[in-house]
Design a protein. Structure first.
Length: 294
């Protein structure tokens, strides 16, 4: 089945006011490019999921935000994990987070964990990363990062690094909320069964399980529409989410493999998932219905 027919299959039975799926999982990533935390519920404000990408590392040598999008310098960030110590509150500033180093698994020596408020946090991170960095909770004006484009024939850039300027006042790459469907992941597995399309590779905020009968890259049929989740949350689907080198990197128990990105390019123009903006803040919980509003 082609990309066009994959998406058409998902669109066939969807009309405004219909429940198109349910929230399967929720994730928050308190520190940019570090592993995040799975949640049962979350608050989403005008600026995105509260506590998401609240912090990032500033690399003093390059004057850039540290990001695994430039794996030549920063792929080791995906070995660190961060979680919020309290529930973030709208307008209250960044809540404290705990950061665990790759050697911070159960039974590891003391010193494998640091709190963002610790005065030694910058030196702790710099020592472990081998570069002078500072942990920031506010993005400098004009903040940017370096992104590496690997050799994927379908992409415009090949084996180059260029600059990505971040949305003003944020540590997001481009969008406030990112979602992907279980149907998209399953379709990729059907097309390339030898590859592990684990959802964690795609680092979404929301994993949505479509209603029975939907298949293919179904969430792309929601582009241009609004989605209702829970009682009040309303999200607008802006566009599909083009994937980057981060999907190919090792993280947790997932190995590094460029074939993840190459397969996404071959079968869906490098797109997997959707990018969304917030039109009405609200709460979201695992199991909430997802309604197509217009």
């Amino acid at each position: 089945m082609s990309r066009r027919s994959d998406t058409a299959a998902g669109m066939a039975k969807q009309v405004a006011g219909q429940t198109v799926g349910r929230v399967e999982a929720i994730w928050r990533y308190p520190v940019k490019s570090m592993l995040g935390e799975s949640l049962e519920a979350a608050s989403i404000g005008r600026a995105g999921l509260l506590g998401d990408r609240a912090y990032a590392l500033w690399d003093h040598a390059t004057g850039r935000v540290a990001s695994a999008k430039n794996p030549r310098l920063w792929k080791t960030l995906l070995g660190f994990a961060a979680h919020c110590l309290e529930s973030p509150q709208e307008g209250a500033g960044a809540t404290a987070v705990a950061i665990t180093a790759p050697d911070g698994a159960q039974g590891s020596p003391d010193g494998a964990r640091v709190i963002s408020s610790d005065p030694t946090v910058d030196s702790w991170l710099s020592q472990r990363l081998g570069r002078e960095v500072s942990l920031l909770d506010q993005a400098p004006e004009g903040a940017s990062l370096d992104q590496y484009w690997p050799e994927v024939p379908e992409r415009e850039f090949q084996d180059v690094v260029n600059e990505l300027v971040l949305p003003s006042g944020t540590f997001f790459d481009s969008c406030l909320i990112h979602a992907i469907s279980t149907a998209s992941l399953e379709r990729l597995r059907q097309l390339e069964p030898q590859l592990d399309f684990a959802v964690e590779r795609f680092r979404p905020n929301l994993l949505i399980r479509p209603e029975a009968g939907s298949s293919g890259f179904v969430e792309e049929s929601w582009i241009g529409h609004s989605l209702g989740l829970g009682d009040d949350l309303r999200l607008h689907v802006n566009d599909g989410c083009p994937r980057c080198v981060v999907t190919t990197l090792g993280q947790g128990e997932l190995p590094e493999t460029l074939e993840i990105l190459r397969a996404t390019a071959r079968h869906n123009n490098v797109v997997a998932g959707i990018r969304l903006s917030v039109t009405n803040p609200g709460e979201v919980r695992v199991g909430d219905p997802v309604t197509l509003l217009d």
